[in-house]
Write a protein that binds this ligand. Structure first.
Ligand SMILES: NC(=O)c1ccc[n+]([C@@H]2O[C@H](COP(=O)([O-])OP(=O)(O)OC[C@H]3O[C@@H](n4cnc5c(N)ncnc54)[C@H](OP(=O)(O)O)[C@@H]3O)[C@@H](O)[C@H]2O)c1
Length: 270
């Protein structure tokens, strides 16, 4: 992305844990000068110290961007120190799960451009997907800036509004955990069929990873890819009859799981 405004006015990164570090690494790889970045974090990692960015130093008065990557529970303690940057000149981008735009507006003022983003953990390997939405004060340029920063850790999609955020969280935000559990369950099932545990796990991991990559890359839809590997009366068909059962199969199970996550998100957002 074009880092020119950020290079002159600076970027403040509040919280540099897993997500903050993944983004920062991406920006630096993409050519952002370390001198433009000011990190606030109570326990800076050795890696962070080695990057050459400013850590827990004096902050610019009106940076181009503040990126918030602290845990939602730390928000109340962390945000007030940045209150003076609210009001319009600085774009705030937040990746914190659950904290609503209204919460930020209450602290920073409604004239502050705010972009709320929901990334997911494959961001750690540059394979995340992040959904973004802005408040009324966020301009098209602000959304483009946020998108450019978040593209450092994977794909970015735009939402129609914040009302979609709980559903997005339930699908892609929490989704990697569902897939990790699918891997565990597939490996366990392989063990139950007589395979050694480590072999079953190797097969399960590579199958989910490879199939996921194929589904992303192939021109065919996932449904067509499934049909392509299912011969009538064969082994795959036998398993799919179980998995595609309307009441006890994946569709009903995932609908319940995703609804539980979305409901919980709505509850936490209150
Ligand atoms: N990881 C993901 O895949 C993912 C996905 C979606 C959304 N998110 C969101 O991203 C945010 C960060 O998640 P994470 O996984 O990166 O968590 P994390 O690894 O715990 O990072 C949070 C960082 O903020 C630091 N911190 C704590 N209090 C602070 C304060 N007052 N001022 C400045 N920094 C402070 C923490 O330091 P200490 O460790 O020393 O306390 C830590 O380095 C969360 O809000 C989460 O909801 C993460």
């Amino acid at each position: 992305m074009d880092f020119s405004t950020i290079s002159t006015r600076g970027l403040v990164l509040l919280g540099c844990g897993k997500m903050g570090s993944a983004m920062l690494a991406g920006w630096l790889r993409g050519g952002l000068a370390p001198g433009a970045v000011h990190v606030i974090d109570p326990h800076p990692s050795d890696w962070l110290q080695s990057t050459g960015v400013a850590v827990n130093g004096l902050l610019p008065e009106a940076p181009a961007v503040v990126l918030i990557a602290v845990k939602p529970q730390m928000m109340a303690a962390a945000l007030p120190q940045l209150q003076a940057m609210g009001g319009g000149e600085t774009l705030f981008v937040t990746v914190a799960a659950g904290t609503t735009i209204a919460t930020y507006e209450a602290i920073l003022g409604a004239a502050t451009p705010i972009v709320r983003a929901m990334p997911n953990t494959p961001a750690a390997i540059g394979r995340g997907i992040t959904a973004i939405t802005g408040n009324g004060a966020a301009s098209a340029d602000d959304l483009a800036t946020a998108e450019g920063l978040l593209r450092a850790v994977g794909q970015v999609v735009r939402l129609d509004g914040e009302h979609q955020m709980d559903a997005v969280t339930a699908v892609s935000g929490s989704g990697p955990a569902y897939v990790f559990h699918l891997i565990e369950a597939l490996a366990d099932a392989g063990e139950a069929e007589g395979l050694p545990a480590d072999l079953a796990m190797t097969l399960a991991k590579a199958t989910v990873g490879g199939a996921g990559q194929l589904a992303e890359d192939a021109p065919d839809s996932p449904a067509q890819l499934r049909i392509n590997v299912t011969s009538p009366g064969g082994t795959t068909a036998a398993a799919l009859a179980v998995l595609m059962d309307a009441e006890t199969g994946f569709p009903a199970l995932l609908k319940r799981a995703v609804k539980a996550a979305a409901d919980r998100g709505r509850e936490l957002g209150k």
